[in-house]
Write a protein that binds this ligand. Structure first.
Ligand code: HMG
Ligand code: MG
Length: 310
């Protein structure tokens, strides 16, 4: 039976969206603390353009200085060959390319079309193969898009097939703006599972509408066992307006344990890791939830788990 796997994406998806840059030393301490929590994989950073995402411009320094735990895979986003070169200089264990179903989002995020992105990925996948490195392919805007609204599931299947054709090992089906419902998740999995086995599918939910945990459980009921999550629900994409944090790792662990799964993550250590970032995150995000508090002026949400500023 496939074991549960939590991919902790806070160091990348979480910190890429922070307004104030987190110091490199704090990132290293954060990743080291996460390494001791029992997570299977940590997405440490991204080898993207530091002009586009200055928050992660220190990806190489972070990789060079973390203390690696043998049981953990240390992965990173790599958008092109230039990123692959940088990743190889610091011995990344697994690389993730990323594209989307929405052409508009793709252009805003990686400045190319879906087909253009696949062309860019070809040499990355080929070189990863020769280095015996696994490759993940993110499929963003798999349900909704900030620019193109509802995304048809057939379009997602098309992009997944393109990624499989070039030799991707695993796909991460991503609800970039956190708007999917469990029914939409099931509808998409109904189409995907006849084409790709469940052990090659990860689900990546943002939690804008507070449905992340429900969506994880809907996917789990379909046999999915790989979930991306972010400690403290940090996260968001700077190029997708309105996208808030990923579903919280703490909430995912509790929900899966509630289903009798052995997740193997120490929640106390997870919370200690998260607290290491407290001095560096914007004040509003750290404030405690207040029931009935007024809607946030920026994202219009009031619930702490979903508001972009709490
Ligand atoms: P481009 O815009 O097509 O331009 O880059 P380029 O290839 O001509 O390069 C532009 C500049 O970037 C040049 O520097 C290049 O040298 C440099 P300049 O001459 O202007 O000084 N450059 C690089 N530098 C370092 N590493 C590289 C690299 N490549 C080019 N690898 C590119 C294309 C994709 C690189 C750019 O558009 C980019 O970095 N975009 C940022 C994408 C990003 O990080 N988005 C957020 C992550 S995706 C996400 O959050 C979604 C996800 O969580 C799933 C979900 O929730 O949906 C994964
Ligand atoms: Mg994301």
């Amino acid at each position: 039976m496939q074991t549960m796997k939590i991919v902790e994406v806070a160091p990348r998806d979480g910190l890429q969206n922070e307004t104030a840059p987190v110091p490199t030393g704090a990132k290293i301490a954060f990743v080291d603390a996460l390494s001791a929590t029992g997570v299977s994989e940590i997405e440490v950073s991204a080898f993207v353009s530091p002009r586009r995402v200055p928050q992660l411009g220190d990806a190489q320094e972070v990789f060079r200085s973390i203390s690696r735990n043998d049981g953990v895979v240390y992965s990173a986003l790599v958008p092109n060959e230039r990123g692959f070169d940088r990743a190889m200089e610091v011995q990344v264990d697994k690389v993730s390319v990323f594209t989307a179903v929405s052409e508009t989002f793709n252009r805003k995020n990686i400045n190319t079309s879906i087909d253009g992105s696949i062309q860019r990925f070809l040499p990355v996948v080929e070189r990863a193969r020769s280095e015996r490195l696994p490759v993940r392919g993110y499929v963003s805007t798999a349900f909704w898009c900030a620019f193109e609204d509802k995304i048809p599931p057939e379009g997602v299947v098309g992009v997944v097939e393109k990624l499989l054709d070039i030799g991707i090992d695993e796909v991460s089906i991503s609800d970039t703006i956190g708007k999917a419902s469990p029914d939409e998740v099931k509808r998409l999995l109904d189409l995907l599972l006849p084409r790709i086995s469940s052990d090659r599918i990860a689900m990546h939910f943002h939690d804008t509408y507070g449905r992340g945990v429900e969506n994880v459980l809907a996917s789990w009921s379909y046999g999915i066992r790989i979930f991306d999550a972010s400690v403290g629900a940090l996260g968001g994409c700077p190029f997708a307006p309105g996208a808030t944090g990923n579903v919280a790792t703490e909430a995912v662990v509790k929900a899966l344990e509630g289903k009798g799964e052995k997740v193997g993550i120490d929640l106390q250590k997870l919370s200690q890791a998260r607290r290491l970032l407290d001095p560096f995150l914007i004040e509003d995000r750290r404030s405690l939830p207040k029931d009935g508090s007024p809607a946030c002026a920026a994202c219009q949400f009031s619930k702490a788990a979903v508001c972009c500023r709490r």
